[in-house]
Design a protein around this ligand. Structure first.
Ligand SMILES: [Zn+2]
Ligand SMILES: [Zn+2]
Length: 304
């Protein structure tokens, strides 16, 4: 796993996020949106209702719940959104395989009742549990004892992820920081790493489209974006996550230029999992609401 992907998952960002400048200054925007939020239904720490309460504190007009490979948190978020007057976009963040590791595809305005979509997510969850078991066995082989039943209890109702394992190792004092779990054991190319048996890229994009959703490339990587963007567009990708806490102003400007070059939709969000080094990231990236309207128009066109 690359450093940027570790950061994406929001637990122990390596950069002092509060000191970084964002392209959109959070306090200057009204009618703004945070379109990348996780709950404890994947690997976040907060319930959907608490995420919405935090969104309300940030004066957000719209949010998207984009848990990894699950839509289980969406309904509760919509209920709380109604109560608080916040638009909640049903979303997801699917993991897709690449040659080396993985990429993340966000899906917005998903039809959560779609049976095919739900079945595919059920299979993905099973595969993730198997992957976690394999990583626990690899850890055992290097004398890091992980009780799998305790680990599964620790995961709770979430979709099993490396972050759960990283936090579990930290909770058992087997590492001194969550980040160390990745650096020493479960990061890409480390001894207990196990590649996720994820969706293929085309499969992930088609799955989102077939459930009426808009597929967007999450937290793109500057190193490879020019190589991968056209094939992804030909598979049906509609947009790019241009604003993310790991991007500084120049990086966002670069991805904005890519989005314009390929006529892609623009999204952005905090990728908040409920914990950051200083405070939850929610609201650290605020996207003007006009981009939500464009997303909605795209979803409507897909759903026709
Ligand atoms: Zn991600
Ligand atoms: Zn995410």
């Amino acid at each position: 796993m690359s450093a940027s992907q570790a950061e994406c998952r929001g637990f122990e960002p390596r950069l002092p996020l509060l000191k970084r400048e964002y392209f959109f200054q959070p306090f200057m925007l009204k009618n703004s949106a945070d379109l990348h939020l996780h709950t404890f239904f994947s690997d976040g720490f907060l319930s959907p209702a608490v995420v919405l309460k935090n969104a309300h504190r940030q004066s957000l007009k719209a949010v998207a719940i984009t848990d990894h490979d699950t839509i289980d948190g969406v309904a509760d978020a919509i209920d709380e959104g109604h109560r608080l007057g916040i638009d909640v976009i049903p979303g997801i963040e699917l993991t897709a395989s690449t040659n080396s590791d993985e990429m993340h595809i966000l899906g917005y305005f998903i039809n959560c009742e779609d049976i095919v979509f739900r079945k595919a997510l059920g299979k993905a969850k099973t595969k993730r549990r198997i992957r976690l078991k394999k990583m626990a066995l690899k850890l055992a082989a290097i004398n890091i004892k992980v009780d799998f039943e305790s680990l599964i209890k620790f995961v709770g109702q979430g979709v099993p992820s490396r972050l759960h394992l990283a936090h579990f190792l930290y909770s058992k004092k087997l590492v001194s920081t969550v980040h160390e779990s990745f650096e020493k054991y479960i990061g890409f190319d480390k001894p207990a790493y196990e590649k996720v048996d994820a969706f293929q890229q085309q499969e992930a994009i088609e799955l989102i489209l077939s459930a009426g959703g808009v597929p967007i490339l999450a937290h793109p990587d500057r190193q490879n974006i020019e190589n991968i963007i056209q094939p992804l567009i030909s598979m049906g990708l509609r947009g790019l996550e241009v604003y993310h806490p790991k991007f500084d102003e120049m990086e966002s400007a670069y991805f904005l230029s890519i989005a314009k070059k390929y006529n892609l939709l623009i999204t952005g969000g905090s990728d908040c999992h409920g914990k950051g080094r200083f405070s939850p990231l929610i609201g650290k990236v605020k996207l003007p609401y006009e981009h939500v309207i464009k997303l909605k128009e795209c979803a409507t066109a897909i759903q026709v």
